[in-house]
Design a protein around this ligand. Structure first.
Ligand code: ATP
Ligand code: MG
Length: 425
């Protein structure tokens, strides 16, 4: 080692460490993937004959010459619109799909948590799927046999392991996939939008696993619509747009660019992006639990949304509104300060307003916050900030998994034939 190198490594900067960080875990080289889709144009017999029977399908290009390298120990987040090719890319990486052209090289032991059902054969039993899935992930049959009991135990699906997977609930599907993925002891883990599904404890377990994974210096490729988890978990973000990489780089930069683009592209459709005369504007939204700023809350937490604002000139009777929506766009609630009779006579300068919600009933999932500041009549818009921030809800005190919110139901039974003993589990 030369003196220079010694100095470099003493400095301990990432870019200068010579070994681990330059080793490639996964390499995608000019990958193109097309799907055959039924052609409308050749739907008539005449057209079919005219085309010589060849044009029954059209090719749709889902990935178009995608190249990227993932280094050992790196966490890479892939973001992009619906249909931009994220899942397709991950499936190609996981060898579930074969690209039309290009190559994918995997240098590390890989496991994948793909889109619901991908990698599973619905007609086969859970047992057969474990063997199939683990084999795809590169495990020898004997090795799987050795770990089989542990996989089943981990999944909690002992009773159902010989039933065909098509009879599983989405939560059961995911548990099985998770159990296999974790138990092949991967050095490289591919994850597709896993936070959107799964049962109550599942997201929590995933989060814990991600953190553990990162700490152990393992490699992670994460596909998600939740930019906040990319911001917090990933070293690098890649924005996939219509099958090509549009930008890659530091998560904060890529996400900002992506968000800006999303806002711009949505403008007109639902009046999104920042609008208004800006006399008063919301600059930041913090989420507080027990006085701490957080990105993640749990069902049942007492949560405060803190809107930091600034008024460039005195503004009379400004009405603040905060909208909470799930990331897929479904609105949950949109309280305003006017509803609450909490409108100051005037605001100037900087400040913040706290909107506190006790025992928040949101079900687990990714959410987004929009804010608006209007005049008393709600017509004059000072500031309308679409997509002010995102946050995650993790499973908390409720065992419910369906829907947007828990309304904290209670159950009571009546009837001659109803045994009072409630069977648990
Ligand atoms: N098996 C298939 N047959 C035909 N078209 C497909 C198939 N799988 C994916 N596609 C198409 O390829 C494109 C990319 O799909 P993909 O699922 O990779 O998108 P995505 O980025 O994961 O989207 P989302 O954010 O909604 O999960 C879409 O237009 C989709 O309709
Ligand atoms: Mg997808």
């Amino acid at each position: 080692m030369s003196d220079d190198e010694l100095n470099d490594s003493e400095m301990g900067t990432r870019s200068q460490s010579r070994d681990r960080s330059t080793e490639i875990a996964l390499s995608v080289d000019s990958v193109t993937k097309t799907f055959k889709i039924h052609s409308e144009r050749a739907s008539s017999l005449k057209q079919f004959i005219a085309s010589g029977g060849r044009n029954r399908y059209e090719e749709f290009t889902a990935l178009n010459g995608v190249s990227l390298d993932v280094k050992v120990g790196e966490a890479v987040g892939i973001i992009g619109h619906n249909g931009s090719g994220k899942s397709t890319l991950l499936k190609c990486m996981a060898k579930i799909l074969t690209p039309k052209s290009g190559t994918i090289t995997v240098n590390k032991r890989m496991a994948a948590l793909l889109e619901l059902g991908a990698g599973f054969h619905p007609e086969l039993s859970g047992r057969d799927n474990v063997f199939l899935n683990a084999a795809i992930l590169g495990m020898a049959r004997q090795e799987i046999a050795l770990r089989f009991d542990e996989i089943v135990r981990f999944s909690g699906l002992e009773q159902f392991i010989d039933a065909p997977v098509k009879t599983y609930s989405s939560g059961m599907y995911v548990r099985l996939a998770f159990a296999v993925a974790i138990n092949v002891d991967p050095e490289l883990l591919l994850i597709d939008e896993i936070l959107a599904v799964g049962d109550v404890t599942f997201q929590q377990r995933c989060m814990e696993k991600f953190v553990e994974f990162r700490e152990q210096g393992r490699t992670l490729v994460l596909v998600t619509h939740d930019t906040s988890s990319v911001r917090h978990f990933c070293d690098r973000a890649i924005w996939l747009d219509k099958g090509v990489i549009r930008t890659e780089g530091r998560p904060a930069d890529v996400i900002d660019e992506y968000t800006e683009y999303m806002l711009g592209s949505e403008e007109g459709a639902d009046g999104s992006s920042r609008r208004g005369d800006g006399k008063i504007h919301v600059d930041k939204v913090d989420i507080l639990v027990d006085g701490n700023r957080v990105d993640r809350i749990r069902t049942g937490d007492d949560v405060t949304f803190r809107l930091h604002f600034e008024a460039d000139e005195p503004v009379p009777n400004p009405v603040f509104t905060i909208t909470l929506a799930r990331l897929d766009g479904i609105g949950v609630t949109a309280p305003s300060s006017r509803d609450a009779d909490a409108v100051p006579k005037q605001i100037s300068g900087k400040g913040h307003v706290d909107i506190s919600m006790a025992d928040i009933p949101l079900m687990p999932g990714p959410y987004v916050v929009h804010t608006a500041v209007t005049g008393w009549g709600l017509k004059h818009i000072y500031d309308h900030l679409h997509h002010a921030r995102t946050f995650d809800v993790m499973a908390g005190d409720s065992a419910e998994t369906n829907g947007l919110v828990t309304l904290r139901p209670t159950w009571s039974w009546t009837g001659d034939g109803v045994s009072p003993d409630i069977e648990l589990g």
